[in-house]
Design a protein around this ligand. Structure first.
Ligand SMILES: NC(=O)C1=CN([C@@H]2O[C@H](COP(=O)(O)OP(=O)(O)OC[C@H]3O[C@@H](n4cnc5c(N)ncnc54)[C@H](OP(=O)(O)O)[C@@H]3O)[C@@H](O)[C@H]2O)[C@H](O)CC1
Ligand SMILES: [K+]
Length: 268
C-alpha cells in the first residue's frame, strides 16, 4: 500500500515536473485524435549545448558521460528483457557517441549474463572507441560484419546507430541495416532516439526507417521532440545532470529516479 502510494506520488511528481502540452497524435483522418501527455523535450541543438555545458562548467569528460549513458541503457534492457527471457543481444553501433553508448552497454550486459554480439562497421575517430572495443574483445564478445546472419541468431536488438546528431536521409551502409532490423520483427531497444528518425519530426515518410518502431526507447538526459511519435515503453536515463544545469534547461529531474536506478520508466 505504502509502495503504491510512493509510486503514485513519484509519477505525479514527474508529470508536475515536466511541461504538460497536449497534442494530437498522427491518428488516421476521421478517427478520434488521441490526446497524450508530452514532456519538456530537448531539441538537437539544446541537447548538444547541454552536453557541452556538462563537460565544461559541469567538469565531466565525454567518456564519463558515455559510461553513465551506456549503464542506463543496460539497466533498461535488463528491466524489459532480463537474460532469462533470451540472453542473445545484437548491438548495432554507429560512428558517433550513440555508438559509444552501445559499446558501453554491451560490456555491462555481458556482466549481467547476456551474450552480446556487436556490429560496428564504421569506427568513431576518437581514441576511446578503440579502448571500448578492446574492453569488449577482452570479454570475447564477437564483432560481426554479417548482420543478416546475426539477426537470425539473436533474441533482441540494441539500436545504438544514431543519436541526436543524425540528420537527412540514412546513408549506406546503415540504410540497409535499418531495413533489415525493421524486417526482422525482433524487439528493439533504441538508445536516445530510434535511428533514422528525425529529432523533431520523427519517422521518415519514406525510405529506411519508415516503418521502424522500436519496442523500447531510452531517452538520455531528456526526451527529444520525436517522442510524440513513439508508441513503446519509454525510459529516461543519464542520471548525471547537476542542479544548475537542470534549472538552466528546465529539466527538474531530481526526484524522477528511484533508489540506485539509473533509469526511470516514463508514462507514455
Ligand atoms: N547528454 C547525454 O545524455 C549523452 C549523450 N551521448 C550520446 O551521444 C549522442 C550524440 O552523439 P553524436 O556523436 O553527437 O552523434 P550521433 O551518435 O548521433 O552520430 C552522428 C554521426 O552519425 C553520422 N550520420 C549523421 N547523419 C547521418 C545520415 N543521414 N546517414 C548516415 N550517417 C549519418 C555522422 O557520421 P559521419 O561519419 O557519416 O559523418 C555523424 O557524425 C546522443 O544521442 C547520446 O546517445 C553521449 O554518450 C554523452 C552523454
Ligand atoms: K539510436
Amino acid at each position: 500500500m505504502r509502495q503504491a502510494a510512493a509510486t503514485l506520488s513519484r509519477l505525479t511528481g514527474i508529470l508536475n515536473n515536466f511541461q504538460k502540452r497536449p497534442f494530437h497524435s498522427n491518428s488516421p483522418a476521421g478517427s478520434p485524435a488521441v490526446v497524450k501527455m508530452s514532456f519538456n523535450t530537448l531539441g538537437a541543438k539544446e541537447a548538444l549545448e547541454l552536453d557541452k555545458d556538462i563537460m565544461s562548467s559541469g567538469g565531466f569528460t565525454l567518456d564519463q558521460l558515455m559510461e553513465l549513458a551506456g549503464l542506463s541503457v543496460s539497466q533498461a534492457v535488463y528491466k524489459v528483457h532480463p537474460p532469462s527471457k533470451g540472453d542473445r543481444i545484437l548491438v548495432f553501433c554507429g560512428p558517433g557517441n550513440n555508438g559509444g553508448d552501445g559499446l558501453v552497454a554491451a560490456r555491462h550486459l555481458w556482466y549481467y549474463g547476456y551474450k552480446p554480439t556487436v556490429y560496428y562497421p564504421k569506427k568513431g575517430k576518437n581514441e576511446f572507441y578503440d579502448r571500448l572495443s578492446i574492453q569488449l574483445q577482452n570479454l570475447n564478445i564477437p564483432f560481426t560484419t554479417d548482420y543478416i546472419t546475426a539477426l537470425t541468431q539473436t533474441d533482441h536488438i540494441l539500436d545504438a546507430i544514431f543519436g541526436f546528431s543524425f540528420s537527412g536521409a540514412v546513408r549506406a551502409p546503415f540504410d540497409e541495416v535499418i531495413d533489415a532490423i525493421t524486417s526482422s520483427s525482433l524487439p528493439v531497444t533504441s538508445v536516445d532516439v530510434p535511428s533514422s528518425w528525425d529529432i523533431a519530426t520523427g519517422p521518415p515518410l519514406d525510405g529506411p526507417g519508415k516503418n521502424f518502431m522500436p519496442e523500447t526507447l531510452v531517452s538520455l538526459t531528456a526526451p527529444k521532440p520525436l517522442v510524440k511519435y513513439f508508441k513503446g515503453r519509454h525510459f529516461l536515463g543519464g542520471r548525471f545532470i547537476p542542479p544548475n544545469l537542470e534549472e538552466k534547461y528546465g529539466l527538474k529531474l531530481k526526484d524522477v529516479y528511484e533508489g540506485i536506478d539509473q533509469v526511470t520508466e516514463l508514462p507514455n
